[in-house]
Design a protein around this ligand. Structure first.
Ligand code: AMP
Length: 308
């Protein structure tokens, strides 16, 4: 069974959407990535940090999804990373209201011994120095390293971010962030510039408008499933990344062709994530629901055309 290392925040989130508001609930990039990756038959471990205020039931929830949490440090006297955001009426854009790094501010990640030879490393959103430290701890070159990040780190740690981007095979990034990183409006030109920074594969996420996968001159596009209800988009990007990484780790095929299917899995899982607040929908997700939705995806994008 393939091993997958996931690094990222395990957090408290407070979210406001046009449909409602939450107090502090379970969130964090690694949480969403882990829940998505747990849909696949892979041996996945989370490397992160939380404070003494983090409820045991949240850690149990991750462990019960067969995620190894021995690399989640608990700083008893510290406070857990906190993020708060408010979505605009279009549900595609949001304002960050608060980012409190707390225990993340001086976090030294430790990759559990058993995972230092993992096949796939998913560097989820957090400080690029932490992402780099995880990579440096790997005893064997992973078959695939995937990185996700956000504008926050471009604003406050751009050089460190560029250094880690240079070391990865795949980057997943949203459209606005790709534009910010490269200064290019065209996503095709932005992807070309990102290729030059290191990653051979570039995935640009466009929220409800789907995702693009670039590899040299090849481009693949997957729409997002049109949904009746979008309740809370928080974590959709991480869920996409977790599905993408989990599928690649499970199939052990890192070709562009197989990455297309990984994009479809990522998009499918993300379509569930947005249906409820926080992690609620991903916690309950059943295999048959995923199967049905993959079928819907197939129908959505299938067409016949006769070209003379
Ligand atoms: P997404 O909606 O996919 O961008 O992911 C939102 C999740 O990322 C939330 O659960 C937050 O806790 C987490 N998050 C927000 N800001 C940051 C940040 N600067 N670094 C790491 N994780 C973050």
């Amino acid at each position: 069974m393939s091993k997958l290392v996931i690094v990222g925040t395990v957090a408290f989130d407070a979210i406001e959407t046009p449909f409602g508001k939450t107090d502090k609930i379970l969130g964090g990039a690694a949480t969403f990535i882990g829940l998505a990756a747990s849909q696949f038959n892979v041996d996945a471990a989370i490397v992160s940090v939380v404070g003494g205020d983090f409820p045991k039931e949240y850690l149990d929830l991750l462990a019960n999804k067969n995620l190894d949490i021995s690399g989640v440090e608990i700083v008893k006297e510290g406070k857990t990373f906190f993020w708060s955001g408010k979505y605009h009426n279009d549900m595609n854009t949001r304002d960050t209201l608060a980012t409190e790094l707390n225990v993340l501010a001086d976090f030294n990640p430790i990759v559990p011994e058993d995972y230092k030879k993992a096949d796939v490393v998913m560097l989820g959103n957090l400080h690029p120095l932490v992402q780099m430290s995880v990579l440096e701890q790997m005893n064997k070159k992973p078959k695939m390293v995937i990185l996700d990040t956000m504008n926050f780190w471009m604003d406050c740690a751009l050089d460190e971010l560029k250094a880690v981007i240079n070391k990865v095979d795949v980057i997943t990034i949203n459209d606005e962030e790709a534009r910010q990183l490269t200064g290019e409006y065209s996503l095709v030109v932005a992807a070309q510039k990102i290729h030059k920074m290191g990653p051979k594969y570039v995935v640009i996420k466009k929220g409800e408008h789907g995702a693009l996968l670039f590899h040299n001159e090849n481009v693949f596009f997957a729409p997002a499933l049109p949904l009746k209800e979008v309740f809370d988009p928080t974590g959709a990007g991480d869920t996409f990344a977790g599905g993408f990484a989990g599928y690649l780790a499970k199939t052990e095929d890192y070709s562009f062709e197989n990455m297309k299917t990984a994009v479809i899995y990522g998009s499918t899982l993300a379509s569930f994530c947005v249906e409820k607040f926080g992690t609620e929908r991903m916690e309950q997700l059943q295999d048959r629901e995923v199967y049905q939705r993959l079928n819907q995806f197939k129908q959505l994008t299938k067409f016949e055309i006769i070209l003379e």
